[in-house]
Write a protein that binds this ligand. Structure first.
Ligand code: 16G
Ligand code: MG
Length: 539
């Protein structure tokens, strides 16, 4: 590696001065104009990361998910397709904040030295990006840093975020017993479709599914997947909606999973007709929300909590039928945003333990790994089901004692292939939901009947200094500012079945307040009161 080459390359990709950059829950995410130098530096870090991990391939994804089209973002994917290890987030933050090109290169070598990285060893990085036009230029910045550090580099061009995670894991497991799949986009489609056929196990999907793709990368990719799918075999007919990726300004505009979840209404267009089955993906296709318009009661949403409870109940039943109860541990991971009714339903009705973690996929994913079957979903629709190697092995090798056991074992094994094991994947999750509904013979309304959500409200509060707010107990309580939590507790006590918490956002300069209570008006009132407390303490 040549210091001068890195320095010269860096000088082509300035960092915008006077800003503090932080590798947060979603990597670096901001207005795309600020990201050229940031992306170059993320390239430097991925070059180091790959070498630190004996030349395994590192993924870099360029996306700003559900943010407006003018934003973009960049994040690093570890070899098994999971998020960058947390200790390295600090290194990413430090590298990106180096004030000058010289100091950047100094820090790069210092980091390599302190982490005992052999810079002469080979490194490998792959990249993907969503449909944002700015992604194309940012990829150039990434390519420049990888060239300057002699790092092998493959640009997989436009992908969903989960596809990039899939490819990263495939490359690093190729030729081993744990091989995750064919290293190509087509390999991803074939794996999912084949597992979908197997998981249905002769059942058929009933009713057309309309998919709002947020005018993001999920649109063209879902269309590709459907080319590999024979609907006469499954009954699944999909109408792909909001798949305009040629007009960047419509990305995530009045549509997509984030819009549907936060506004609690259907996309502005096309208007879902009463009774139609709908779901929405977000801009990079790692979140999924289902809904329909009821002719009598109007819009009804099935969010991440609902997907989690559906998956957990189905898989727990299969485990029982397969005669594996007691042998495999199943757990459900949520955040404080999960509706209290869903938690109660899982603990009391399904008798499955629930763990609460702080917000952010990495926390949930990590907690899910400690179960044989770890179901994790954020209420916003991001999540997946992780199976341990032991579990996957048992599904394949256990000798069935009856046709019903064989059916259950085959279905479990197929789910292991269908459900993305690296990260939440809207397309894979959608196929999983369709499989479960087909097995249960359920409509969206049947699914919705399992429990009743507590009315809830989320409020964004602008404060002088959001860093004053520090949390404990998986974000369910504030430790700072002092006395703020006491005031919140006092208010919550006045309402029935109520719960409320406040936390600083990890992606925006604001605090968020969540409140739920027995009635709509109580939930609204409580949210507003807690928001007022937060505002008063907010500096
Ligand atoms: C990021 C997280 C998401 C979380 C959200 C919270 C990842 C990949 N994404 O989008 O999981 O729900 O941030 O945002 O971890 P907030 O901190 O602004 O409320
Ligand atoms: Mg997303």
């Amino acid at each position: 590696m040549d210091r001068d080459a890195i320095l010269a390359a860096s000088k082509k990709h300035d960092i915008v001065p006077g800003r503090v950059y932080k590798y947060g829950t979603a990597g670096f995410r901001m207005n795309a104009d600020l990201l050229d130098g940031v992306t170059f530096r993320v390239g430097l870090l991925s070059a180091l990361r790959s070498r630190k991990l004996n030349g395994q391939t590192i993924g870099v994804m360029i996306t700003a998910s559900h943010n407006p089209a003018v934003d973009n973002g960049v994040k690093i994917v570890d070899p098994m397709g999971d998020m960058l290890e947390q200790e390295w987030e600090v290194h990413a933050t430090n590298l990106v904040n180096a004030p000058s090109h010289e100091e950047l290169v100094d820090y790069f070598y210092k980091l390599a030295d302190s982490l005992k990285i052999d810079l002469t060893s080979p490194g490998k990085v792959i990249a993907g990006r969503d449909t944002r036009p700015s992604g194309k230029t940012l990829v150039t910045a990434l390519a420049d840093s990888l060239a300057a550090t002699n790092t092998a580099y493959t640009d997989f061009k436009i992908l969903t975020t989960p596809q990039l995670h899939y490819l990263t894991r495939c490359i690093n497991t190729a030729g081993t017993p744990g091989s995750y799949g064919e290293v190509s986009e087509v390999g991803y489609y074939k794996k999912l479709v084949e597992a979908f056929y197997r998981a249905l196990h002769g059942r058929r999907v009933s009713g057309k599914l309309n998919v709002d793709c947020a005018n993001g990368v999920g649109g063209p990719k879902l269309t590709e997947l459907l080319k590999h799918h024979d609907s006469s075999k499954t009954g699944l007919e999909v109408r792909v909606a909001n798949d305009d990726v040629l007009r960047p300004e419509v990305l995530n505009l009045d549509c997509g999973a984030d819009f549907v979840k936060t506004r609690q209404r259907a996309p502005a267009s096309p208007k879902p007709a009463p009774g139609e089955r709908w779901c929405s993906l977000d801009g990079d296709a790692d979140r999924l929300i289902y809904y329909w318009i009821d002719p009598d009661t109007g819009f009804f949403m099935l969010d991440g909590d609902r997907i989690a409870t559906l998956a957990a109940s189905f898989i727990a039943d299969l485990i029982r039928t397969a005669g594996l109860e007691g042998q495999l541990r199943i757990g459900l991971i949520q955040t404080a945003y999960a509706n209290g009714s869903s938690t109660k339903y899982v603990e009391q009705h399904l008798q499955i333990p629930v763990v609460c973690t702080p917000t952010g996929v990495k926390h949930l994913h990590h907690a899910a790994c400690s179960y044989d079957i770890g179901v994790y979903f954020e209420a916003n629709g991001h999540g997946t089901v992780l199976f341990s190697q032991d579990a996957l092995q048992v599904f394949k090798t256990k000798e069935p004692q009856s046709p019903a056991q064989k059916d259950a074992l085959d279905t479990l094994s197929a789910l292991g292939d269908l459900i993305n094991q690296t990260v939440g994947d809207a397309i894979s999750d959608m196929l999983m939901v369709e499989v479960i509904l087909a097995h249960k013979g359920w409509s969206l309304r049947d699914w919705a009947m399992t429990y009743q959500d507590l009315p809830n409200r989320l409020v964004r509060v602008e404060v002088g200094n959001k860093d004053l707010f520090r949390t404990t107990d998986a974000e369910r309580k504030l430790s700072h500012p002092e006395h703020c939590q006491d005031e919140i507790d006092k208010v919550v006590k006045k309402y029935t079945n109520a719960r409320s918490f406040a936390r600083a956002s990890g992606t925006e300069n604001a605090c968020r307040v969540y409140a739920e209570a027995a009635t709509r008006s109580e939930a609204d009132e409580l949210a507003n009161k807690v928001a007022a407390i937060v505002k008063a303490y907010g500096g």
